[in-house]
Write a protein of this length. Sequence first.
Lengths: 152, 311
Amino acid sequence: MINKKELQIAALQNGTVIDHIPSDQLFKVVSLLGIEKLRTPVTIGYNLDSKKMGRKGILKIAGKFFEQDEINRISLIAPAVKLNIIKDYEVAEKKLVQLPDELIGIVKCNNPKCISNNEPMKTRFKVIDKEKVTLKCEYCEMKTKKEDIVLL
Amino acid sequence: MDQMKKKSFVSVADLSKEDILRLVKSAESFEKNPNRKILEGKVCATLFFEPSTRTRLSFETAINRLDGKVIGFSDAATTSSSKGETLKDTIKMVSNYADLIIMRHYLEGAARYASEITDVPVINAGDGANQHPSQTMLDLYSIYKTQGKLNNLTITMVGDLKYGRTVHSLIVGMSHFNPAFNFIAPEELRLPDIYKQFMEEKGLYYKEYTDFSEEVINGSDILYMTRVQRERFTDLMEYEKVKNIYILKNNMLKDSKENLRILHPLPRVNEIAYDVDDNFKAYYFEQAKNGVFARQAIICDVLGTNHPPAP
């Protein structure tokens, strides 16, 4: 059975549809994925009705498939997001975004005395609590709570 | 620690119960026979990006007693890092010369980072406010030596429990051995919540006090004293109120257990009265001496050097 919603998604020939983005995070997601730098057609849906979320955002990006570390970037601010990978008008794959066990080069350490803020190097964090989103710097060993996370 | 990989000694949190017991036994064997030619032909670098005379001398004594050679610096002001060289470049350069790097740095996580960018084993001799794991090993060895065991001991920690990294690391190191902890500190310098959570997760007993009472001392096997520093207080009135409360005097020990020993990471200022020094329960000077044996054990462990136990 094909309903209107699926038709809209299937209208992409090749690309990625990112659904269930919390409305208040939509433009952060746009910026984190570097969508403003793309030269392919992008549809941005903002404040759409959602049974589950009340309001949601959606992104339809033609001709773009994201690498794992790009997807990891959004998992921090929009953990419930769903990615539909569209190939030849069909949903080729559905991906749930999940927090990885380790975040490399994505989050800034909030400790000014951490080596990662003083050397030209990538930051490394262990995700020690996936539910509460608590990170631990693998260098200075300081913990960062969800509300204190600063992205690089 | 993975035996197959290059070993480094960076954080107490990396050590398993077996690692700690192996190092303690090894330190014991070095105490029986500290002068051995285990490091003959080896060059050890001691890189002290911030000065720490006590720790550096202890490491260099350990190396010298094992017949190793020492290169290095005791103050970053005399090195290229003062010209803006990155830590990475300094470590890469020294790795060409040395078989082992022992480093002290003012930035937290520096030793971990160094261990990632070189094939030479790295020993952390202190990274900012984060870790000082060789101090923890000498504390653990001192506890083992004076009590004959590490299991099921009551450890009372006194003073600055908020900023004292030796306190935090000792909690982590002892957590494998079912200890009971008493924490005695002024309100402003109480143990941070993350360590309480850690003990709760491990199912360890602990109790907090603001009074330094004989009752708590009398139930203890180890009394671990630390310095209450004036500069830690935002409210100097508060400091004036508490500065003389956390001083151990000899008459407070009259009903303490026979096996009680008093430890202190040193330097002390006034938190242990001088009349305690003559009490046989005062152990802080021998504790510092144990540092050499604990560091000999750590050095040989990271180098994977076989050393038969002393006869």
